[in-house]
Design a protein around this ligand. Sequence first.
Ligand SMILES: Nc1ncnc2c1ncn2[C@@H]1O[C@H](COP(=O)(O)OP(=O)(O)OP(=O)(O)O)[C@@H](O)[C@H]1O
Length: 578
Amino acid sequence: MNKVLRMFFAAEGAGKWKVLACLLLGNIVQGIGIAGLVPLIAVVSESANQEPSAAATYILDGVRTLGIEPNLEVLLLIVVGGIGAKSAINLLAMRYVGYTVADISTYMRRRLLTHLLNARWAYLSRQSLGRMAQTVNGMSVRAGQAFKLSATMLSNGLEATVYIVVGFFVSWQLSLVAMAIGLLITVSLSRFVKQARKAGKKDAGQTNELSSLLSDAFLGIKSLKAMERQADYVGLITSNISRMRKTMRQKVISKEKLTNAQEPLLVIFLAGGFYVLIEIFQMPIAQLLVMGVILQRTVKTINKLQQQYQQAAVMEGSYDILYDMVDEAAAQAEDRGGSKQPSLDQGARFENVSFAYADQDGPVLHDLTLEFPARKLSVLTGPSGAGKSTVTDLLLGFQQPASGRILVDGTPLNELDLVAWRRMIGYVPQDLMLFTESILANITLLNPHLTEEMAIEALKAAGAWDFVAGLPEGIHTQVGERGARFSGGQRQRISIARALVHQPKLLILDEVTSALDAVTEESICRMMKRLSQDITIIAISHRPSWMEVADVVHKLEKGRSVKDNEGKERKAIGEQGT
Ligand SMILES: Nc1ncnc2c1ncn2[C@@H]1O[C@H](COP(=O)(O)OP(=O)(O)OP(=O)(O)O)[C@@H](O)[C@H]1O
């Protein structure tokens, strides 16, 4: 069975059963309406001086037992009433479909997002932003649409079955011809469904690829515009766009081929069918008149079904991408560590730690031994690419050492409850990022336990309160697209406030003052020094202001710990006498 059709039964909740019940009821009512055509044949046959069929006589007698005289008006009323009621019930079914579509899209979005956010950092950091956004949003919507399509297909499938059953009841020859015609058209045109499936798969893949390229471009739009190199970038993605155009054409053409080939084939096969019914089965013309209606509706419904099947085949590509990503992200679920509750009273220690990234030739860290004493300010310094951010990633539990151990208060990091450990951490990354929200929301992330007063305290501690208080809307000011309303330094200070608001025990700052002037940097350094009486701070920097306030300086070069230039690798415990 087509994956999209399976979607109907895979949907969570009671919605699908309500839809199915309505569809069944609607089609039974329609069946009664269509069955009304059968005695109609008898009435027509009588006027043509022909014997009514056994089935017609049976139904006519049945109607008479209800005390109703089955004249032309009554029979027409049954036909119109049955078909009309089916439409009303169908509308109700489609209402439930609408609810379920919204539920499925929401559910898929949440499910994928949860799996992605809970995946290992090593996996997540390799994913394309555009691809993830497109899949969480666009593909999840398509999953909902797929449900709608599957419900419509089911409805048409039931309708075709009703026609065939009613037709069979009247004349098995008619049903046979209808089924044969439906089958012949379906088989003759099945290659267009295959073409559409192929194009749909390509289209979904290319859309995701383009989303990924576009999100990169929009992130770097300023530098492209500054150098007037947008045209170069358009050239870079032109081949992708051209390939998409080709795929779109294939999609449209295969759809049109199917739709337009169905009509002539229908006429040809119907003519053949009538020929068989008249010449071989000797069906009287009067009977054929009404039978023709059933025959034509049956085959038309089968045609519609095939068109929808083709649409479903196109959708399969998006469906595959969505489910592959859900499965992949679920398989990459992060190990949440051990059960020991973390503390940070003595400090963290790297003991002969070596580490290599999966796609790198050699190790990035070599036999590294480092101490980060509690309630001290440690600075990690060294040239670009030396491995400083990798050290903090290991401490965050984002990566695991190839050899050696990381100890927190003497307990190996992998035995600690990682969730509890990270809740103790405030982290400000190098490539910081504000959300397109208010300053307050950027700091509290709308966590109900974090109040506005706590956010103001954090802003004060981060040296940002003066400029925030001076804004007309203060802490409620919108930061603009990814913080575009503020300078790099202001963004850095808001990010520091975000890291401080939940009162962390360990604060990790990765080059956080790189965009600040010397005066502001010094004031932040002094503030961090003060904070380090209560919080363990690890700052990555090579700026003198940080060296001034540091209790410990660890210098890294090519993944190894070295003495800094003046040979003053400070040992906090020794120097501070603690
Ligand atoms: N996700 C990754 N996958 C593969 N290699 C990586 C990854 N992240 C970093 N590296 C490599 O690891 C080495 C150390 O990188 P790291 O970011 O830790 O250095 P750094 O000292 O923080 O540099 P910088 O000061 O420039 O930020 C570099 O050679 C880098 O190419």
